[in-house]
Write a protein that binds this ligand. Structure first.
Ligand SMILES: Cc1cc2nc3c(=O)[nH]c(=O)nc-3n(C[C@H](O)[C@H](O)[C@H](O)COP(=O)(O)OP(=O)(O)OC[C@H]3O[C@@H](n4cnc5c(N)ncnc54)[C@H](O)[C@@H]3O)c2cc1C
Length: 370
């Protein structure tokens, strides 16, 4: 049996936990089916928006997201200083807009809920929105400004996390799909991959929406995660035409430093069907054009899709299973980029110290047993 932790899956979650474990001296080996960071972590828009995305009665998710947002600046500073590479972290805030009266009622309803939770939000009139973001449509009726909502270039983030993991001494095996997991009498399961069997003191499953598909994990050990497809696209605008995350009832628009506007995303229960559909792309383009009319003239840069890992209650699954030494970190659904620092910090603490941090308690895999 090898010392240390074996990780299955090299998205933002597996890589960031691996990096934090290495920083504390833990030997770590990571097995990745393809190339690291090319699945959901590549497909995302990179919005870090727990305030704008707050859903009624999802207070524990909000708390996790807020803690992660609090950790973000330090996480990014440490990552950038360690690797010498930047990840495109921006703090301009987010603007949720309404484009007609029905939208305004819904926006007001959410605004009151945000205020009741003491979240930093500000109601803006049409004129105030125009002053803040002049490229927005003159049809914008009102808006809510959330200064605390930030963004990151998730493709840079996952690429830099890979560098950090390897630079810190993590052992990475790409093109090494885990084909089976074998339960043992003592210790965490053994893993078959790359024509051999791997056994470590600790095993972490972080295979995104594929986490429940590895043969050998049955019953309570198998995390129930489904793929939730998102079609998403980018258009090319002048840099700084838009500086904030823009959210409408139909789409969101996340600006990148080079001027690209990422427009997302559909939410589809289609299994792993990766088709880009006329309807999906049409709705995204129409939604973007309604919010920013100038989109009509912009070149399309790229269209792609990805699979969000969604659990039964759409909240992450974080913690130790009923087998000591066997851990799970998946099910991050729409917020895996946001929740990377909080997952990395507290999961690495759990793996090293063996005690469940209080903030992770609501997300334990045990909540689905029985
Ligand atoms: C369209 C879209 C937009 C999104 N926008 C945002 C956003 O704005 N903000 C936000 O916070 N989140 C967003 N998300 C969600 C976020 O992308 C995910 O929650 C997050 O990337 C999940 O990370 P992960 O590491 O768990 O999964 P992944 O990135 O999917 O990584 C899992 C890895 O495991 C590997 N793997 C799978 N099976 C095996 C196996 N058998 N053996 C070895 N390796 C295996 C895969 O190849 C993959 O590299 C978005 C997602 C999508 C699809």
């Amino acid at each position: 049996m090898e010392k240390g932790t074996l990780i299955i899956g090299g998205g933002v979650i597996g890589l960031s936990i691996g990096w934090r474990l290495r920083a504390r001296g833990e030997p770590v080996t990571l097995l990745e089916r393809g190339e690291t960071g090319r699945e959901a972590s590549w497909a995302a828009a990179g919005m870090l928006a727990p305030v704008s995305e707050v859903h009624f009665q999802e207070d524990v998710n909000l708390r996790l997201g807020q803690e992660s947002l609090r950790l973000y600046p330090e996480f990014v500073a440490e990552l950038e200083a360690f690797t010498g590479k930047e990840v495109g972290y921006r703090r301009e805030g987010g603007i949720s807009v309404s484009l007609h009266a029905d939208d305004t009622a819904e926006l007001r309803h959410r605004f009151e809920y945000q205020q009741a939770l003491d979240l930093p939000v500000e109601w803006l009139s049409a004129t105030e929105v125009q002053n803040l973001a002049p490229a927005l449509s003159h049809n914008v009726v009102a808006a809510v400004y959330s200064p605390a909502d930030h963004q990151v270039d998730n493709r840079k983030l996952v690429t830099v996390l890979r560098c950090a993991f390897v630079q810190a001494g993590g052992i990475l095996h790409e093109q090494t799909p885990v084909e089976e997991v074998r339960l043992l009498e003592d210790g965490p399961p053994a893993v078959r991959a790359g024509g051999r069997e791997w056994r470590s003191e600790k095993l972490l499953l972080a295979a995104g929406s594929w986490s429940g598909m590895i043969p050998g994990l049955d019953g309570a050990l198998r995390p129930w995660v489904r793929p939730v497809k998102g079609q998403i696209l980018a258009v090319r605008a002048a840099p700084d035409l838009i500086r904030h995350n823009i959210r409408t009832p139909d789409v969101y628009i996340a600006p990148r430093a080079d001027g690209r506007l990422v427009v997302g995303a559909t939410v589809e229960e289609m299994g792993y069907n990766a088709d880009l559909t006329v309807g999906g792309v049409f709705e995204l383009l129409r939604g973007a054009w309604r919010a920013i009319p100038g989109v009509y003239e912009m070149p399309i840069h790229e269209i792609w899709c990805g699979f969000r890992p969604g659990s039964r209650d759409n909240a992450p699954i974080l913690g130790e299973t009923e087998i000591p030494g066997f851990f799970i970190a998946t099910g991050h659904y729409r917020n895996g980029i946001l929740n990377t620092p909080v997952t990395a910090k507290y999961m690495s603490e759990l793996i090293l110290a063996g005690t469940m941090p209080e903030i992770l308690a609501p997300f334990s895999p045990a909540r689905f047993s029985g």
